[in-house]
Design a protein around this ligand. Structure first.
Ligand code: ATP
Ligand code: MG
Length: 365
């Protein structure tokens, strides 16, 4: 296995479009790193650069300590799994998996041993003699992964491998990939635009936006300490509530929403110090839906009046869409809270759970 290092990696396509603006990233040996971001953010381009399918316009790429900028894909010792499984339709599953090994001129017995072992890991031994069209989507996906496993590469690259599968199969395959990964202890770079996949699979996540890295961190670091408004709203579903406002320091320091004094949250000492130290006037308060607590109207302490717009009972929880002080907010509540549109429900907020951002720079304060 191997470490993958990107230093100032840049990609300008022939038409002049800058798809990747200088990415710095170290994927440790045996680490599972997920690149996540919206469509067009440069995830596939970055992955294809690592694979050697796209050239670099600038920067340096190293695999296992060796700079591979000019090394062709077949000499990089990587295996890539694509979204479109790209199986050979006229070959059996066995032949599909063995193909690359035949090209490498490995002995027949070695090829058979590797294919059988991969098939066993993936649970596709029973379908080895079938053609791809005789398989379900999940089985085809497994064959595509199997084809990568048998090559025993130093690095696995996955580009949205699960996006063709239905929701249930995706969850199942997600668990399979996590398990396979544990067994192979492989270095993996995995691209997805699905933040749940990113959160559940990655040791670390790289959030990309418009060809730039927004933040790199463990799933919980990104969730608990988003450094930018982009990361704050991209990670977490439903998205974090964002409320524009200002800090007021006369009396008890507090955040007050623009245009409505009734939306106010006291600042912790730490928050007050940090906010006072910045010259920023325009703030954004970020509050996760689970941090807007629905309380009953007799509750004491700081609460914000809110009116229910709509509710979505999901069984394990209910999502409440509310108007609070002229703002649309989403709250997660107990599944047995079943308010009707128009009901008044005060919201309680733990000040320490509020994230503050500078509106102008979109960075956390
Ligand atoms: N060959 C090309 N020539 C010019 N521009 C390209 C080329 N390939 C991709 N792009 C552009 O580069 C940007 C990044 O593309 P990329 O495929 O890396 O995005 P992505 O993050 O993988 O998106 P998606 O989630 O849709 O797969 C896009 O704006 C895309 O239109
Ligand atoms: Mg892509």
């Amino acid at each position: 296995m191997a470490r993958v290092t990107l230093e100032g990696v840049r990609k300008v396509y022939d038409n002049g479009f800058v798809a990747v603006h200088g990415v710095d990233l170290v994927v440790e040996d045996g680490e599972f790193v997920v690149l996540v971001g919206p469509s067009g953010s440069g995830k596939s381009t970055t992955l294809r650069i690592i694979a050697g399918l796209e050239s670099l316009t600038g920067g340096e790429l190293a695999i296992g300590g060796r700079v591979v900028n000019d090394v062709p894909p077949n000499e990089r010792d990587i295996a890539m799994v694509f979204q479109s499984y790209a199986l050979y339709p006229h070959m059996s599953v066995y032949e599909n998996m063995a193909f690359a090994l035949h090209l490498q001129k490995l002995p027949r017995a070695e090829i058979e041993a590797r294919v059988r072992q991969a098939a066993q890991i993936l649970g596709i031994t029973a379908v080895l003699e079938r053609r791809p069209r005789q398989l379900s989507g999940g089985q085809r996906q497994r064959v595509a992964i199997g084809r990568a496993i048998v090559r025993q590469p130093r690095v696995f690259l996955f580009d949205e491998p699960l996006s063709n599968l239905d929701a249930k199969l995706r969850v199942q395959m997600r668990r399979e990939i996590a398990r396979i990964r544990r067994e192979l202890k492989a270095t993996v770079v995995y691209v997805t635009h699905d933040q749940v996949e990113a959160m559940t699979l990655g040791d670390r996540i790289v959030v990309m936006n418009e060809g730039r890295v927004e933040q790199i961190g463990t799933p919980l670091e990104l969730y608990d300490h988003p450094q930018t408004l982009f990361v704050a709203t991209f990670i977490g579903s439903p998205a974090m509530n964002l409320i524009d406002g200002t800090a007021e320091f006369g009396g008890t320091p507090r955040f007050v929403a623009t245009g409505d004094q009734s939306f106010s949250v006291p600042l912790t000492t730490q928050q007050a110090e940090r906010l006072a130290a910045t010259a920023t006037q325009r703030l954004v308060a970020g509050i996760r839906p689970e941090d807007l607590r629905v309380v009953d109207s007799t509750a004491r302490g700081a609460t914000i009046p809110a009116i229910v717009d709509a509710s979505e009972p999901l069984g394990n929880e209910v999502l409440l869409y509310l108007r609070a002080a002229g703002q649309d907010v989403t709250a997660r509540a107990d599944p047995h809270t079943l308010p009707r549109p128009g009901d008044r429900l005060p919201l309680e907020i733990d000040p320490a759970r509020v994230h503050y951002f500078d509106r102008a720079s979109a960075r956390s304060i």
